[in-house]
Design a protein around this ligand. Sequence first.
Ligand SMILES: Cc1cc2nc3c(=O)[nH]c(=O)nc-3n(C[C@H](O)[C@H](O)[C@H](O)COP(=O)(O)OP(=O)(O)OC[C@H]3O[C@@H](n4cnc5c(N)ncnc54)[C@H](O)[C@@H]3O)c2cc1C
Length: 419
Amino acid sequence: MRNWAGNVDFGAARFCRPDSVDELRGLVAGSRRVRALGTGHSFNRIADTTGDLVSLAGLPAVVELDSAARLVEVSAGLRYGELAGHLHRHGFALHNLGSLPHISVAGACATGTHGSGDGNPGLAAAVAALELVTADGELRVLSRAGESAAEFCATVVGLGALGIVTRLWLDVEPAYSVRQHVYDDLEHEMVLAHLDEILASGYSVSLFTRWQPEPTYQLWRKRRVGAGDEGGAEPVFFGATAAADPRHPLPAMDAANCTEQLGRIGLWHERLPHFRLEFVPSRGEELQSEYLVPRALARQAIEAVAGIGHRVAPVLQVCELRSIAADEFWLSPGYRRDSLGVHFTWIPDPAAVLPVLAEVERRLAPLRARPHWAKLFGMEPAAVRELYDRYDDFRRLCAMRDPGRKFGNDFMDRYFPRF
Ligand SMILES: Cc1cc2nc3c(=O)[nH]c(=O)nc-3n(C[C@H](O)[C@H](O)[C@H](O)COP(=O)(O)OP(=O)(O)OC[C@H]3O[C@@H](n4cnc5c(N)ncnc54)[C@H](O)[C@@H]3O)c2cc1C
């Protein structure tokens, strides 16, 4: 059993696929060490265990829309792509999506997965309530309102440490349409001088760069139709030119795999991700890392990476810059701060990538960069601890809810040791 990227061999003694929540409860109650596995798209050992690795793919799929309450109830193992199609058929939408629709809802929320947009917090921000199996095999429901609100904020982006999530209730909104334009050759100086205007120019904005030979950027701008979208694209935007043909973030790759561009109006879930749902990216051809820095320090972060562009470029496929709005989840990399995400898609060669990653981290550490929990990072636990105000509260809660560290693993023991 390996993760999607093929760089992690799971060390589980048993792989389990319960068919019902009751079976899952019995399994958790009787297990010494247990961990949930979503779709296995994480790039580090966060999902691993030496005990029972549990997939929820065998549980009945649930998608129950309550249009009056604007909520959808979903089974934890459901993938965003499946959910989005269902919602759209009923005239509803989510506030945002990550770049890949193939990941599970519970796995994505557990690690603070996000898309882009100044007004868009991570995907977990849509969670209104969740149900989970706790260490003693009991079922609990936590919701954002009421008595459980504080524990809810600890558990939604909970890294799998507080139980196995079985169901989630997500906020939905009326379906919307989006058009996407790509601009080529946005210059570094323009990005530094007009970063806020550029990131605010669409509902979801991404900047792609390879840093070398010069740091120039490709701008992907997704605008909601009817919300500041006047239809056409300016032919020139801060000196960058609107692409006349569809683009892929990597020049050598086929744009047919990407969602439609050139301003063609499309459904929200067929424009917000960069890649089409029906396109399954080939496994194991990349590694990823990402750091969220406070928006106020975004320019310094860009300059810090540009300064080592010559070190980064040889092991890089592409870098993506995105904006993420603040949220209230204790361990979210966007906890209480609007952020710029500095994402790296690396070549699939850990030996070559890791020394460069260490250099990136040295550059970004003074900017209080928080690593994406599901991607490769090498920061020391003491440094990570300093980045989260509620770090010790989270450890206390783990000790209370899971005194035997049933949901622990090497990753959690390293970053969240027992008191
Ligand atoms: C090609 C690619 C593109 C990506 N794009 C983005 C992006 O645009 N934005 C972004 O932020 N990230 C992105 N990621 C990272 C991805 O979103 C995370 O790795 C996410 O965690 C994947 O979800 P998963 O279901 O595969 O989780 P897994 O890797 O299976 O698990 C991740 C964690 O969630 C826990 N977990 C899973 N299910 C449950 C459950 N039911 N209950 C409790 N805990 C659970 C696991 O124990 C583990 O700790 C991308 C990854 C890939 C491979």
